[in-house]
Design a protein around this ligand. Structure first.
Ligand code: LRH
Ligand code: MN
Length: 391
């Protein structure tokens, strides 16, 4: 059993933790079967940012919100950034979208048609211009590109096309900007996805340069994949730039992080803590990428932030000296027990105490419900077009 008295270092690390929430997590989302609209859903990027600021107000740990273009397209991105700042949040990663235009049926930057490749690459470059206006550091690139049948296109040629578009994009980056290159095993492509796994993303990032890093979306792997190994390896290579946190039972379910597999989330954060990579200064962007298809969105995102905090607190409680000693001496069960001791520690009182010390309600979700914010937005946003994926 772990005794919890001297936790100053744990609390300091938790206080410094930053989790970026996704603008699209506040909007309507669903599956190909159905999108269930919810009362109070934002109708504009400004209302999505207001909801993100509300999550930060109750958790104290979510000071930035990622945008997705064109879902969050506005006339004046500078004004949007000032609006966000006035609400106490910053605009974080800018996500590109080359997966919803009719022209991208056979691919975007990998399309056999150079005119379509040009169009897709111009969108990536446009996103950097938006970053110049919002002050964002991260350009998050995910490509749905792939093929559905053997022979449909040349696998090697598509890699050359991808590399060419990435090079043009990388060379356009400002000095404080970087690429987060996200991979995904499958869907919407069902035979070859051009960026299917961490190895392919890593290889392209090495080819591009130091300001190209890998983004691990925890829902984008084959079942049974050991994600913490990928984390440990990319940290060793200094090529881990970000996470898209969510959880899944089967495929890219985009459920609340830690909901389907809290032990996996702990094992991932354990590798982060082991590498001293938790502090914002290390540069990893811990983002959520989730869709709340049936559950209330703001409470779900507050819960998700809390799930990451809990997994992080447990990882910070691992007795590193005892673990190292047992590992060095080949004491298999003892080493495993050190980790499980931390994992099996109830850190909720610690986090509640930390919130109280910081002037936050120990129970952010209960505080949110008591705030009346949900009723307020349901009344204010009764009219108008709710935001969604627009698919
Ligand atoms: C693709 C993805 C990507 C986003 C989208 C919202 O599955 O994870 O990160 O662009 O979801
Ligand atoms: Mn993602």
């Amino acid at each position: 059993m772990i005794d919890l008295p001297d936790l100053a270092h744990v609390k300091a690390a938790l206080r410094a933790q930053r989790i970026e929430t996704p603008s699209w997590g506040y909007a309507n989302s669903g599956t190909r079967f159905k999108v269930f609209p919810q009362a109070g859903v934002p109708r504009s990027p400004e209302e999505k940012i207001a909801d993100a600021a509300t999550v930060h107000r109750f958790t104290g740990a979510a000071p930035s919100v990622a945008l997705h273009i064109p879902w969050d397209r506005v006339e004046d991105y500078g004004a949007l950034a000032r609006y966000a700042r006035d609400l106490g949040v910053a605009i974080g990663a800018i996500n590109t979208n080359v997966f919803q235009d009719n022209d991208y049926r056979l691919g975007s930057v990998t399309n056999p048609d150079p005119v379509i490749r040009r169009k897709a690459t111009d969108h990536l470059l446009e996103a950097i211009s938006i970053m110049d206006l919002t002050g964002s550091r991260d350009l998050k690139l995910w490509f749905s590109d792939g093929i559905n049948y053997p022979g449909q296109d040349d696998i090697r040629d598509r890699q050359d096309r991808l590399a060419a578009a990435l090079r043009q994009t990388y060379d356009r980056l400002g000095e404080d900007q970087r690429i987060l290159l996200e991979y995904k095993l499958f869907e919407p492509a069902f035979y070859v996805t051009d960026l299917p796994d961490w190895g392919t993303s890593y290889a392209h990032c090495v080819e591009l340069g130091e300001r190209a890093t890998v983004c691990i979306d925890t829902g984008h792997h084959a079942p049974g994949t050991n994600i913490e190994f990928i984390v440990a390896f990319l940290l060793r290579q200094n090529k881990l730039g970000a996470f898209d946190f969510n959880s899944r039972f089967y495929a890219d379910d985009d459920l609340m992080v830690g909901a389907a597999d809290p032990f996996q989330l702990f094992r991932i954060m354990n590798e982060i803590v082991r590498a001293d990579a938790l502090d914002p200064a290390y540069g990893i962007n811990f983002m959520l990428d989730q869709c709340h298809n049936i559950e209330a969105k703001i409470p779900a995102i507050i819960r998700s932030v809390m799930n990451v905090q809990e997994a992080t607190a447990k990882a910070l409680l691992v007795d590193r000296d005892a673990l190292r000693e047992a590992q060095q001496e080949g004491k298999v069960l003892e080493a495993n027990a050190v980790l499980m001791d931390a994992y099996n520690t109830d850190v909720r009182p610690l986090l509640a105490e930390l919130r109280a010390e910081d002037g936050l309600d120990p129970d952010p979700i209960a505080a949110y419900h008591r705030s009346g914010y949900q009723q307020q937005i349901e009344a204010e946003r009764a009219e108008g077009q709710q935001a969604g994926w627009g698919a």
